[in-house]
Design a protein around this ligand. Structure first.
Ligand SMILES: O=P(O)(O)OC[C@H]1O[C@H](O)[C@H](O)[C@@H](O)[C@@H]1O
Length: 554
């Protein structure tokens, strides 16, 4: 489906954060208060600190009291947002202006979760079709779920935004899904990924969804072709009933041979696309009614972001903290720790959302950005992470802000186990805050094996500095609506961070070079195999050597 933003007011970004006067204030505040800010003392001095820094929106409860900030810092950060014209940028986003300047596109994934036609002034092509396409997609999803449907296995073939979002959500909402079907996600061009799924399914009971915004992605097309060949080889006959496409490129999908296609539009970024037809596996898994709840949760967060003042806006305040942690506290990474096995793919999903959006070094004008931008996002569900990398989070030389995500009511009957899970999450946040002073460590009974050691030395090994930041995001339940709100919160937070850094969060030029070189290398590999002497001509010596080792005569 083609689309372009029809002419409107051209978007002009506000001043970049490091050019704003408030940046100087923040620099002074960092020296005067931030650097030595001890959160334990701050809690002791202010009995209201926990409630002052616990906010709610769209059913999410976020506690940022265990962050290294105070009222002065928060006020200066909020001034920074104001001075950087964040509100104007946000309004331009919701207005449908072409804020994705390098691709000349609007950014309107919020229109996909609006219950009716997008009411704003945006006039991007396709907006009139959103509701109709959604209804068609949901009707199809319900058909696939209906009694007597032949499908036992749904295989989504897609990568990046056409994989991570739907996969994360389908796993997260497993208790809400139709258990009569299995959901598979194939992304990697490593055919082992596809083969592992093909080994488990039968052509007559499998629905393949070929999901690609562009329908040009090497991995997805390669896997789709392999799946189609397997389908025919195994006796499958009705391609039209077993392969559907989800794309903005209807022609390429038709050329591939799918006849049922659900479209979307180029004002939906790949990593923001799970609300569109790319969400088809989600809709099949949870059904149209729950999918609407999922959209409604995200829409509630959109409304909060669009209307709440900067000082009480959850995405804004969380983004300001992110900027504070990155550029003043100096944290190169942020860990995501969902205490929920259901959210096991959330860290991977957020890696794309945040790092592909804000992993940039130039601003809107193409000028180098003078401060650090996207941190590395990483993580694992708790409690698994505790037994792997939390050592470094508690005692390593880098400060790693941790985002704990805790869900009050489990979707299983094992209440005692759930209490343990929650206690673990809360205890980790508590340990990061309070630490353990060397004096206290010295009083402890040393483990037998260490008795020979100098007690002072051992006590230092057993010391926790504490005063390490964390945020706690609490949900009453992991419902479709709450998950929708959580994802939308992250999306808007990423937008705010990018806006303050003065960069375009909605392009991804950094993925292009590797793709182009891969195509060239595929040509050279054929040449090496054919024994052409100049196959590696002009390559760096390392790559040339590897080509010879992998593909040359043995
Ligand atoms: O959905 P597709 O067009 O197949 O794109 C899949 C992915 O590949 C690209 O290289 C981008 O970096 C991602 O943003 C995108 O989600």
């Amino acid at each position: 489906m083609t689309s372009a933003v029809l002419p409107g007011a051209p978007f002009r970004p506000g001043p970049r954060c490091d050019h704003a006067a408030a940046w100087q204030t923040l620099t002074r505040l960092w020296d005067a208060q931030g650097r030595d800010l001890d959160m334990r003392a701050a809690f002791a001095a202010d009995p209201q600190r926990a409630s002052r820094y616990t906010w709610e929106a769209a059913g999410l409860r976020v506690d940022v009291s265990k962050q290294r900030w105070n009222a002065d810092i928060q006020a200066a950060l909020t001034d920074l947002a104001r001075e950087c014209a964040l509100e104007a940028h946000r309004d331009a986003l919701f207005d449908g202006q072409a804020i994705n300047t390098t691709e000349g596109r609007a950014v309107l994934h919020m229109a996909l979760r609006h219950p009716q036609r997008w009411p704003g002034r945006a006039n991007a092509e396709g907006l009139d079709e959103v509701v109709a396409v959604r209804e068609r997609m949901l009707a199809f999803a319900d058909q696939v779920r209906a009694e007597g449907s032949p499908y036992t296995d749904i295989v989504n073939i897609g990568i990046g935004g056409s994989d991570l979002g739907p996969q994360m959500v389908v796993r997260a909402l497993a208790p809400h899904t139709d258990a009569r079907r299995r959901y598979h996600f194939v992304s990697n061009v490593d055919a082992a990924d596809l083969q592992a799924v093909l080994d488990q399914v039968r052509p007559e009971s499998t629905l393949f969804i070929v999901a690609s915004k562009t329908f040009t992605t090497q991995e997805t097309l390669a896997n789709a072709r392999l799946a189609k060949a397997w389908f025919l080889r195994e006796g499958g006959s009705d391609i039209a009933r077993h392969f559907v496409g989800v794309t903005t490129n209807l022609k390429a999908a038709a050329d591939f041979g799918v006849t049922t296609t659900f479209g979307f539009w180029d004002w939906v970024g790949g990593r923001y696309s799970l609300w569109s037809s790319i969400g088809l596996p989600i809709a099949i898994a949870i059904g149209s009614a729950a999918f609407r709840d999922f959209l409604a949760g995200a829409h509630a967060m959109d409304e909060h972001f669009r209307t709440a003042p900067l000082a009480t806006s959850l995405p804004v305040q969380m983004a300001l903290l992110d900027l504070w942690n990155r550029d003043f506290v100096g944290c190169p990474t942020r860990a995501i720790a969902p205490y929920s096995q259901a959210l096991q793919r959330l860290p991977a999903y957020l890696q794309q959302l945040e790092m592909e959006s804000n992993g940039k070094s130039v601003d809107f004008d193409g000028q180098p950005i003078a401060v650090e931008t996207s941190p590395v996002i990483w993580g694992e569900p708790g409690t698994n992470g505790q037994h792997a990398f939390f050592q470094m989070i508690h005692q390593g030389t880098d400060v790693v802000p941790v985002e704990f995500i805790l869900i009050r009511e489990p979707d299983h009957p094992h209440r005692d186990a759930h209490d343990k899970l929650l206690a673990n999450g809360l205890a980790q946040a508590q340990a990061l805050l309070q630490g353990k002073p060397t004096d206290e460590a010295r009083q402890e009974q040393a483990p037998t094996a260490s008795r020979e050691l100098d007690p002072d030395c051992l006590a230092r090994h057993r010391t926790f500095s504490g005063n390490r930041p964390s945020t706690l995001i609490a949900l009453d339940r992991l419902t479709p609506a709450r998950l929708g709100a959580l994802i939308a919160l992250y999306e808007h937070r990423v937008f705010v961070m990018g806006s303050l850094w003065g960069l375009n969060s909605f392009d991804q030029w950094g993925v292009e070079l590797g793709k182009a070189l891969c195509s060239q290398l595929l040509g050279r590999i054929s040449a090496v195999r054919e024994g052409q002497a100049d196959a590696a001509a002009g390559l760096d010596a390392s790559t040339a050597g590897q080509l010879a080792w992998f593909f040359g005569p043995r």
